[in-house]
Design a binder for this molecule. Structure first.
Ligand SMILES: Cc1cc2nc3c(=O)[nH]c(=O)nc-3n(C[C@H](O)[C@H](O)[C@H](O)COP(=O)(O)OP(=O)(O)OC[C@H]3O[C@@H](n4cnc5c(N)ncnc54)[C@H](O)[C@@H]3O)c2cc1C
Length: 450
């Protein structure tokens, strides 16, 4: 939708080809299975979305979404202990994915330059290795095939994109792909939140301890619009996840801390569990091809998809849309322009890529099928430094601020190597270790935990 909006700003006519029927209210749909699990839009991405669609974040908040301040509004257990709830430096928009999508879609599709073709599947690219001139589509309504001609085709079909196959059919060499797969799986269940435990209630995040040599196990509880709590349990390869309702609570009880289990233990479930195995990091490298057809761009998960635990996918997709906007504003539409733009889009997914993959490699059984040299070298120094940052950031506001800037995709992770940050690491004052979850008495009372 962000890309459709950008294209409509610069071009006469935009056709969105979508396999699903898009619901006219916030609802789950087949083509977006991940929408049933917790989603946050980090501040880095939220600012980009707001820049493209002014007012849209307020509409999400008006419809029940929340602006959650990090670390003030979050109770987090890291591998190194409980995180102090420092005053918020960054934020995330927290709501159900169907709500976010609905608000964005409502806004984007008001443009009379955009035509939506629902129940229509993109099945091939049309053109040759020099220039893509359209898409072949298949109608799920009446089983017919048709060619849609276009000056520019953008593939935003997500993790399961057929792009590599489609490009081979045009006679292009295979696009290189890296996969780093920690075997992430998600299991989610929704609950009725106790009265007053959505608006001001903190999000809860129990992270895995990757140092144990055991599969990583995580749990989060995010207050949602409509008086709901959404709890997601996840694990890396070899870990056990609840696939049935009755095993959800016992599994939450066996997390590194029982807080999440205590919270959901006495509330009424709204749904059964929903399980997904879609968490591998996968990145295509179109920029490495010597030849790239004019008239073709890839964005979003189709280009690079990450372990969702970091919550970076939507922000990375927004970054791609912003680069595309800049390209079209500059009006550089000549030969080779699509390749140059693709290079720029590929560059802005590098931060989330390296953050997710380097962390995932620490988990037992992680499959590394990558050529990225940073993921295939002796990483002990970088690893130790990342551990030091993680340890300090839970007790030092100054370190936490910079780490949160990076995690929220508000600044580049290059900042963590800057001399001012190294100095800050040396001088940062640390608060005492927290021995229990930093929930305030009023929060404990709301959740019936006092
Ligand atoms: C469990 C989980 C949790 C996540 N949590 C977060 C989070 O907290 N924060 C965050 O930022 N990101 C999160 N993500 C990542 C986020 O969901 C994706 O990065 C984001 O949806 C990517 O957007 P996209 O438009 O590229 O692809 P998608 O959102 O996957 O959209 C692809 C669209 O293309 C359609 N489609 C697919 N193939 C075709 C075809 N051949 N023809 C026509 N239509 C087609 C689909 O129906 C769909 O509408 C999470 C992902 C997972 C798996």
């Amino acid at each position: 939708m962000l890309v459709a909006h950008v294209l409509a700003r610069h071009l006469d006519s935009v056709t969105v080809v979508e396999r699903d029927t898009l619901p006219d209210h916030p609802a789950h749909r087949k083509g977006l299975p991940q929408g049933r699990h917790v989603h946050v839009l980090w501040s880095g991405g939220a600012r980009l979305v707001e820049g493209l669609l002014p007012g849209v974040i307020d509409r999400v908040l008006g419809a029940g979404g929340r602006r959650v301040g990090f670390q003030k509004d979050v109770v987090t257990l890291t591998a190194h202990g409980w995180q102090h709830r420092f005053p918020a430096r960054q934020f995330a928009i927290m709501c159900g994915r169907p709500l976010l999508d609905r608000v964005v879609r409502d806004r984007v599709l008001t443009s009379d330059r955009i035509r939506l073709r629902q129940r229509t599947e993109a099945v091939a690219l049309v053109g040759d290795s020099v220039r893509v001139s359209g898409v072949e589509v298949y109608s799920l309504e009446n089983g017919t095939r048709e060619t849609l001609e276009a000056d520019l085709v953008v593939d935003a079909t997500g993790r399961r994109s057929g792009l590599r196959r489609w490009l081979s059919a045009l006679g292009l060499p295979p696009v290189e792909v890296d996969i780093v797969d920690a075997g992430i799986a998600y299991s989610t269940r929704e609950f009725v939140a106790p009265p007053g435990a959505t608006g001001g209630f903190p999000a809860v995040n129990v992270a895995a301890d990757h140092r144990t040599g055991q599969p990583g196990r995580f749990g989060v509880l995010f207050p949602q619009e409509g008086g709901r709590w959404m709890a997601t349990l996840s694990c890396t390869r070899g870990g056990k996840l609840p696939t049935r309702s009755e095993s959800f609570l016992p599994c939450a009880q066996s997390l590194p801390d029982p807080l999440l289990a205590r919270l959901i233990g006495s509330v009424e479930p709204l749904t059964d569990v929903f399980v997904s195995h879609i968490g591998a990091n996968r990145r295509l490298y179109p920029e490495r091809l010597n030849r790239w057809p004019d008239g073709l761009i890839i964005v979003g998960d189709s280009l690079a998809a990450f372990n969702p635990i970091h919550g970076h996918g939507m922000s990375a997709a927004a970054r791609g849309a912003v680069v595309l906007d800049k390209w079209l504003t500059e009006g550089d539409l000549g030969p080779g322009a699509a390749h140059r733009t693709q290079q720029a889009i590929s560059a802005v997914v590098d931060d989330p890529w390296i953050m997710a993959t380097s962390k995932d490699l620490e988990y037992v059984g992680c499959r590394n099928e990558s050529t990225d040299p940073r993921l295939n070298q002796e990483v002990s120094y970088t690893h130790q430094f990342a551990e030091l940052i993680a340890r300090k950031s839970i007790r030092s506001q100054a370190v936490s601020d910079v780490a949160t800037d990076v995690a929220s995709m508000s600044v580049s992770q290059v900042e963590l190597g800057a001399s001012r940050f190294l100095l800050l690491m040396q001088q940062a004052k640390e608060l005492p270790e927290l021995l229990q979850a930093p929930l305030r008495p009023d929060e404990l009372a709301i959740a019936n935990l006092e």
